[in-house]
Design a protein around this ligand. Structure first.
Ligand code: CU
Length: 141
């Protein structure tokens, strides 16, 4: 006599959606207060629209008011000759706004666009040399 065997499909629980630490508001869920700092960029400037960021968890909101694609590198300055890149947002299109979650320590940072491009008419545009950098000083908490 044949017995019927029921095969039940394994039911694996759905994984919760992963939070993107660079785009979302991941810390809001934990109840932490995240400061927001707006940075405006264009030809040929990088500027904070408000106050300098505090130390700790900060959401950088970058708006490209220019006609060209730009990028933002966040560079930690350690003394006069030491520095290292700690974050980067590339390919920010004209009119685009991008967000980046970042943990600031007290000290000096440089924000820079280091794109070097050759235009159709042969001009070479070095964004940094044209003025796309600024320094920010993050105070002790
Ligand atoms: Cu640029």
């Amino acid at each position: 006599m044949a017995s019927a065997v029921l095969l039940l499909g394994a039911c694996s629980p759905a994984a919760p959606p992963a939070e993107d630490p660079f785009e979302g508001d991941a810390t809001a869920a934990s109840g932490a207060q995240r400061a927001e700092v707006e940075i405006i960029i264009g030809e040929w400037f990088i500027a904070l629209s408000g106050e300098e960021p505090p130390s700790g968890d900060v959401k950088l909101v970058i708006r490209n008011y220019g006609q060209y694609v730009h990028e933002i590198e966040v560079i930690r300055k350690l003394g006069e000759y030491q520095e290292y890149e700690v974050a980067e947002i590339e390919d920010i299109a004209p009119g685009e706004t991008r967000a980046l979650g970042f943990q600031f320590s007290p000290g000096t940072y440089e924000l820079a666009c280091t794109i070097v491009e050759r235009k159709a008419d042969g001009r070479i545009l070095n964004h940094y040399q044209l003025g796309m950098f600024t320094f920010i000083d993050v105070p002790e908490p």
